[in-house]
Each structure stands twice: as C-alpha cells, then as structure tokens.
Unconditional design. Structure first.
Lengths: 169, 362
C-alpha cells in the first residue's frame, strides 16, 4: 500500500468520525465542541483535496471555511445562551424528520454508487489545482455562475448594511 | 566513514531520501525557530531596559545569555493553577493551538537557496501564500477557545475583543499582498524571491518594498497588519492589563501562560520571515552575485545567514516599536483596519492591475 493510500484512509476516517461527532457526540452536548469538530472535519477534507492534487481547493477550504466561517460560527454560538441549548431535549418529531431525511440521502448515495463503478477507468486528475487555470476557467466557461454568486454576496452585504443602520431615511 | 555515508545516501530511493532530508530540514528549522523564540525574549528585555535606561537581566550566565533557560525551568516547575470553573479540555487545548500555526507555516518559507543538492524550503507549494494565510487564520482559535474555556467575564470579553481584531486585520493583510502576486504571476513563494533579484538604478536592490509606489504601499499595510496580527504594541489590546483588565489569558499560569507567550514570539518570527520573503528579497542580496542559488556549501550557509539576518532586523524593529509607542484605543484600531486599510488595499489592487495591463499593452 502506497503512502497516499494510507493517508487517504486516515483522512477519510477523520472526516467521517469528526462529522459524526459534530451531530452526535455522546460525551458533550456543548455547541462549541460541535463547532470545533466541524473545524476538524473541514481540515481533514482539505487533506483529501490535497491527495487529489487540488491544492488550491484545499488551501481555500482551510482559509475560508475553517479560518473565517467557523470563527464567525463560534462567535455567534458564544454569544447565545448555551446553558439552555445543553438542557434542550431531543424532540420526537425532529428525530423522525431527521431520520427520514438521512435515510433519503443515504438511499440516493447508494443508488448512484451502485449505478457507477467508483474509481474504474478514471485517470488520475492532473493540474486541476493550478490556480492560473482555475482563474481562466472561472472567467471563461463559468463566467455567468461566477457573476451570479458574486451578485448574491453583494445582496447579502447590502442587507447587512441596511440592517445595521439605526434609522432609515 | 564519509564515503560509506555517501554510499548509503546514494543507495536510497527517491521517496526515502525525500523523507530523510525533509525530516532533517524540519527538525533543523524547528530548532532554529525555538532558539530564536527564546532569544527574542532576551532581546526584548535587554533592548527595553536599554531604552528605559536600565540594565536588564544580566545575572544568569555570561551577559545574561542563559536567561531563557532560567525562565523555561521556572515556567515548567511553577505550580500550575487550573481554576475549578474552567472547561478543562479547551483550557488545555488553547495554549497548544497558539504555538502550532507558526510552526506549521515554517514549511513554506524559503529560508535559503540550496545546500548541496537540497533546496532550503520544506515544501515548495504552488499555492504557498494561500497555505500561509490558511494556517495563520487558524491561529484565531487559540484566542477564541482560551476566552471561552476560562468561563468567566473578563477573559471572555478579552477573547471576543482579540478575535475581532485578528479577523479584521487578516482581511487587510490578505488583500495587501495581492499586488505582489499580480507582479509575480503565481502564488509560489520561491518565485516571489526570483522576481526580486537584480538591482535597480545600478545599486538599489530590486526588492518589492523599494520597487514602486504600489508595492511599497502593500508593504506598509502588511507591516501594520502584522503588528495587529501578532498582538504587538501599538495594537496589543488582547493583553492590556492596565486599562482592560488583561485579555484571554487572565486565568492562565505557569507553562500554559508561557506557551501563549512563546506563541506570540513564534508568530513575530514567522511574520518577519514572511515580510522578508515577500518584500525584502528573502535570502538574496543584490550584490556580489548573492541573488543566484548557491553552488557551494559556503554560499548556501551564507544565504541562510542573510535570511536570518534580515529576520533579526525585523525582530529588533518589533521590539523597538513596542517600547516607543502608546497603545491604540479599540475604536481607533477597528477604524484603521476597516475604514482605512481595506479600502486602500482594494484601491491598490485595482491600480496595480491597471498599471500592469497598461504596461503589457505597450
């Protein structure tokens, strides 16, 4: 077994284990613990991206999700009333709805995995981590989606400015 | 003896020799960094004493040079208080996280040209700068968690205050370096150094800090943001004992406190190394052909020496400014970050892009 294979299993296991601990940690119901496990999940996923030679994606994953988005998550969690959250009981309706949606997602996954044969006849992806190429693709083939996403961000920013203004005139 | 070692080295496969040399380089870089952390503390104390017309610590060893050993032993053997109300796991985790990002970031800094056949950088990533900023952004967690784990009011407020400071200046810092990479054309730190070789106007180095107004402005923004990111004066609000009752580290003592302290100095060294690489030509000097990769072992060692020398100058500046400047107020700090630096950095990117486009059209 090559070293990359071992690393793949290590990162895959970490991703899955930490992912489970985010939502179902038997030792703690503290939202901050969940958030920290989510950070670990994101970082192990970045490790998987590195194994696929997608260095840019890996770096941006850590920079944006682990470094920025999750810090804001933590901020919000810490400013909420955590005690109440820890005492909250699992509701029956929520449990059933959650189980149904998880089951549906698993069914879709299993079906699509069975329909294809994973890893068969696939060449190793090369050079998709190249930043220059990624930039060219974004500004040629995928220009419209790219612009639409930036418009979405602009709308969000305008919304924030509007909400933070004390009196509108 | 030497011959048998040579034979053994030549007999290794590529993977094996890569692993061997990378581990040697990693251990070497790590040891040098920790040594520098220890002696930057001494430098800080002696320089501060000198500025304030005192003598400073000179009792332990010759000229007080064994002071870091004494400090270290003291921090290890001091009684470690863990207050009853803290969240223990996060309380232990936070000081470790303070030190880890700076060490991880050593991997992409080119600290020399070549020594023998080995390039003096641990991982020459093609997304070098993104990796650096990614890891730097993880440094915030140590402060968030320290503030949260303490489970009392002042550390919590201090943690929130410092986190806001760090994430604000990260944005300014990240945007300030974009003009440099527009010039260089890719994100690799070694090619940043290659782009700074040679001289301009005959004698002046072709470093980005001196190359043109746009890159100089980028350097200024990066420098000030670096002070804010490493919690140094004039932006050391996280540890303002006098007026804000300290910060995230109020509940810490002994070696855990010392680890926050070491983390601050490790970050200072890292940020200095980044400034040297991005704006001051890394391991190069434009004269006597020192801007080309070394061909002899002596040249290789000399390049590492040049790099460490430049880093040392930056460290002296960090210390010097700490004892010369008063602290900013919190609103001034936020104002500077969000309303001055970010717009200026954005404008700088635009101007640089337009200038490069105009130049390429000529």
């Amino acid at each position: 077994m090559a070293i990359t294979d071992i690393l793949f299993y290590v990162f895959a296991f970490l991703t899955l284990a930490c992912g489970v601990l985010v939502v179902a940690n038997p030792f703690s119901r503290n939202p901050v613990t969940s958030a920290m496990f989510l950070v670990l999940t994101i970082i192990s996923m970045a490790g998987l991206f590195v194994l696929l030679h997608a260095f840019f994606l890996a770096a941006v994953q850590v920079l944006v999700y682990a470094g920025a988005v999750m810090v804001l998550f933590l901020f919000v969690i810490m400013l909420l009333d955590l005690k109440e959250e820890e005492r909250r009981k699992v509701k029956k309706l929520g449990l059933i709805a959650g189980l149904i949606s998880v089951g549906a997602i698993v069914a879709i996954f299993v079906r699509s995995l069975l329909a294809t044969q994973p890893g068969k006849d696939l060449p190793m992806p090369t050079a998709i981590g190249d930043t220059a190429m990624l930039g060219k693709m974004l500004f040629t083939n995928y220009l419209l989606p790219f612009e639409i996403v930036s418009l979405l961000l602009l709308v969000a920013m305008v919304g924030v400015i509007l909400l933070s203004k004390k009196d509108l005139k | 003896m030497i011959e048998s070692v040579n034979n053994w080295l030549n007999g290794l496969s590529d993977t094996q020799s890569l692993l061997l040399f990378t581990s040697i380089k990693a251990i070497g870089a790590f040891s040098v960094m920790m040594f520098m952390v220890a002696y930057t503390v001494v430098l800080e104390r002696r320089l501060c004493a000198w500025i304030q017309d005192r003598i400073g610590p000179n009792r332990v060893g010759p000229f007080g040079l064994l002071q870091p050993a004494a400090d270290g032993i003291k921090a290890f053997f001091k009684e470690e208080m863990t207050p009853a109300h803290v969240r223990k796991i996060f309380f232990t985790l936070a000081p470790m996280l303070a030190l880890i990002p700076a060490i991880l970031n050593l991997a992409v800094i080119p600290f020399g040209s070549t020594l023998g056949k080995q390039p003096m950088v641990l991982a020459d990533l093609n997304v070098g700068i993104l990796y650096t900023f990614g890891i730097v952004s993880l440094g915030v967690y140590s402060i968030v968690l320290a503030g949260y784990a303490a489970n009392s009011k002042y550390p919590f407020l201090g943690g929130i205050r410092s986190t806001a400071q760090l994430i604000s200046y990260e944005i300014a810092m990240g945007m300030s370096v974009i003009p440099i990479f527009l010039y260089v054309g890719n994100l690799n730190l070694s090619s940043v150094i290659t782009a700074q070789t040679g001289t301009q106007l005959g004698v002046l180095p072709n470093w980005f800090a001196l190359q043109n107004p746009m890159t100089f402005l980028a350097f200024c923004i990066f420098l000030v943001s670096a002070f804010a990111e490493t919690n140094r004066t004039p932006f050391d609000l996280p540890e303002a004992e006098q007026e804000l009752a300290g910060g995230y580290n109020v509940e810490y003592s002994a070696i855990k406190f010392a680890m926050f302290f070491m983390g601050e100095y490790a970050n200072m060294i890292l940020v200095s190394a980044m400034m040297v690489t991005l704006f001051f030509g890394g391991w190069t000097l434009p004269w006597f052909g020192l801007d080309q990769p070394a061909t002899t072992p002596i040249g290789g060692v000399l390049h590492i020496g040049i790099f460490l020398g430049k880093v040392f100058l930056f460290l002296v500046m960090f210390v010097w400014i700490r004892w010369m400047w008063p602290r900013f107020r919190y609103d001034q700090l936020m104002d500077l970050g969000w309303r001055r630096f970010i717009p200026v950095a954005l404008a700088n990117i635009l101007v640089t892009a337009v200038w490069l486009w105009w130049r390429s059209a000529q």
